[in-house]
Design a protein around this ligand. Sequence first.
Ligand code: SF4
Length: 325
Amino acid sequence: MSKQPIIAAESLCKTFPGPSRGIGRGRSQLRAVDGVTLEVMQGETLGLVGESGCGKSTLGRLLLRLQDPTSGRVYFDGQDITHLSQSALRPFRSDMQIIFQDPYSSLNPRMTVRAALSEALRVHGMVGTASEEEQRIAALVERVGLRPEHMRRYPHEFSGGQRQRIGIARALAVSPRFIVADEPVSALDVSIQAQIVNLLSDLQEELGLSYLFIAHDLHVVEHVSQRVAVMYLGRVVELATSGQIYSQPRHPYTEALLSAAPEPDPSARKRRLLLQGDVPSPLDPPSGCAFHPRCPIAEKGLCDREVPGLRTLESGHEVACHLAR
Ligand code: SF4
């Protein structure tokens, strides 16, 4: 694996206006992404996990410049793309693609598979002649495991797994180098999940793709990611190699997520750390460490007052926790 990052976020923040606080008191602010710095290396899969609403999808969209950050920077292949206009971003659009959780909602119900792929190719000027286009579409359909006759069918004629294959074909049509896979298997049956995960892995190997793989299921991420970043209330609280995260999590939130995930081998992890309460509202995040109201080892006077920064432990884990060693 090359050590060069394909995409990098530097102190990335995204706030949205919240509800009004009352007459003359302005609006509250929702901090969806709060100072995230991370990189996805060329040919790497970085898993991004956390409970729903923690800012994972927003972070993915910021990296693709589908949303504008409030502050911070985004680099693609070393180039600062943070403030590029939509027209200046056009050459990067084919390099960066997204696969959605629910491909059905992103597929035009009136377009056959062939028409949807043709549209993607034409928008990005990827083909010359009609026969080139035909060949390219046929190759894409075959590559994602669909049959030639599927080209003439409409989205409603497919199963969830097949629709996700169409979503992958559409993303691949423009020969991307970096793909945000936003919960790509969460809506699928477990048996189908494995097929889609294997397809994404094969494509990565074959085409040298880099993925940000967003999921809430830790076991899905474990098998596809070289490294994993754990997010809580808009911040990355732990980042380490997949092996380190699963064998020796250092942040209490990561430990709790692992405890909550179904464990295929019950003897593998003996310690159980259960999450208490709900995720606090990002409109009114707790003081100090945002995890402190739910953290079983929080220290009064420290954790509720001081925000822990991300620091690198001797083991190599990057962790935002005052007490992690
Ligand atoms: Fe828990 Fe304190 Fe660490 Fe936050 S900083 S995770 S509250 S021990």
